[in-house]
Design a binder for this molecule. Structure first.
Ligand code: NAD
Ligand code: DAU
Length: 339
């Protein structure tokens, strides 16, 4: 079994690679990543010498390179994590989101059709459903909730999802889509809420909370997301969407206060800053379908997961300090420069 994992030098993709190599030791994993600012090859250092693992520095939008890759590797399964993933960056500069998230998806699916891939899996997001009001805790996103996006990021992910479903209907490509809530855990890039707050708090720097801090996200430990994708690519029904989430809703401000408490830092570090434009109020996933069909349930409680995550950032200072200094971008040259 050969699996192409795109975006594997990023947060969730790298955790997925670790999961797959440990749970399916007979599988070959080919990681494809362009190594944008969000890609960090040093994250994959521990698997670089695994004979079942290989890395290819490629842009998923490059049709010729992707075609050549598929002709050489003959993948059975493709799991597409590669994306521009940060909402704030999409508000600043939407174009690269449209290119990578939509065009890149079509390039991968065209190669998947041409080379007879048995399963193309698109890693999508709960953000395609837009947001829910804070005063209706009874409402959740199901797979039938209409797509109704807020940001250029979520619009690009929704565009890709529609294209994936169209390739299933029009060409019969065996696709699946997972729409997951906010992940947290090791190797989360330091510009996202949880790692940013941990790292700033450690340095006694201000903790910038957008708006009034009452926006709610539904947090899932990254390993639980990886297990869900593993189940979907093996047992999920082609043409189907699966929501993935942990029924773990938290207001941003409560997360930031919890991080302060765990690190013994004063809440006076919290600084309210201008709100994100178009800021979604609340995300909340109903994961009943993936539980019913595939038996998936989240395993890590938030109280345990957040402690493990904070511990990881304390124990892996070099990983995030290299990102802050920019040093991580020279890792590819060091690893591959002489090869
Ligand atoms: P990330 O930003 O940490 O990683 C993205 C990776 O994709 C990076 O390694 C980057 O170098 C690579 N990449 C970007 N453009 C590329 C291109 N053109 N060609 C090849 N590689 C490219 O993202 P993440 O948080 O790990 O998210 C992974 C996927 O999961 C994304 O599709 C995202 O939409 C989705 N998702 C994320 C979350 C979350 O909470 N982080 C939740 C649900 C879904
Ligand atoms: O819901 C899934 C999505 O979760 C994924 O599709 C995205 O790729 C991923 O980045 C994440 O998006 P969010 O916008 O929810 O994550 P972010 O960490 O950027 O922000 C989480 C919340 O915290 C959000 O309400 C904005 C707020 N925030 C964020 C930052 C970076 C702050 O208040 N201050 C900050 O400095």
């Amino acid at each position: 079994m050969t699996i192409i994992v795109t975006g594997g030098a990023g947060f969730i993709g790298s955790n997925f690679i670790f999961h797959m190599l440990s749970v399916h030791p007979g599988y070959r994993i080919v990681c494809v990543d362009k190594l944008t600012y969000a890609g960090n090859l040093s994250t994959l250092e521990s698997v670089m010498d695994n004979s079942n693992f290989s890395f290819r520095k490629l842009d998923i939008c490059d049709r010729d390179d992707i075609d050549k890759l598929f002709s050489e590797e003959k993948p059975d399964i493709v799991v597409n994590f590669a994306a521009e993933s940060h909402v704030d960056r999409s508000i600043d500069n939407p174009e690269v989101f449209l290119r990578t998230n939509i065009i890149g998806t079509s390039v991968l699916m065209d190669a998947s059709r041409k080379y007879g891939v048995k399963r193309y899996h698109q890693v999508s997001t709960d953000e395609v459903y837009g947001d829910l009001p804070l005063d209706r805790p009874d409402l959740f996103f199901t797979e039938d909730t209409p797509v109704r996006t807020s940001s250029p990021y979520s619009s690009s992910k929704a565009g890709a999802d529609l294209l994936v479903l169209a390739y299933h209907r029009t060409y019969g490509l065996p696709v699946t889509i997972s729409r997951c809530s906010n992940n947290y855990g090791p190797y989360h890039f330091p510009e996202k809420l949880i790692p940013l707050m941990i790292i700033n708090a450690l340095a006694d720097k201000p903790l910038p909370v957008y708006g009034n801090g009452k926006n709610v996200r539904d947090w899932l430990y990254v390993e639980d997301h990886c297990k869900a994708i593993d189940l979907i690519i093996h047992n999920g029904r082609a043409g189907e969407v699966y929501n993935v989430g942990g029924h773990n809703e938290m207001a941003n401000i409560d997360i930031v206060k919890l991080i302060c408490k765990e690190l013994g830092k004063p809440e006076s570090l919290i600084t309210y800053v201008a709100d994100r434009k178009g800021h979604d109020m609340r995300y909340a996933i109903d994961p009943a379908k993936i539980h019913r069909e595939l038996g998936w349930l989240p395993e890590t409680k938030f109280s345990d997961g957040i402690r493990k995550t904070i511990r990881w950032y304390l124990d892996n200072e070099k990983w995030w300090k290299d990102i802050i200094s920019g040093e991580y971008q020279s890792y590819y040259e060091k690893m591959y420069g002489g090869r």
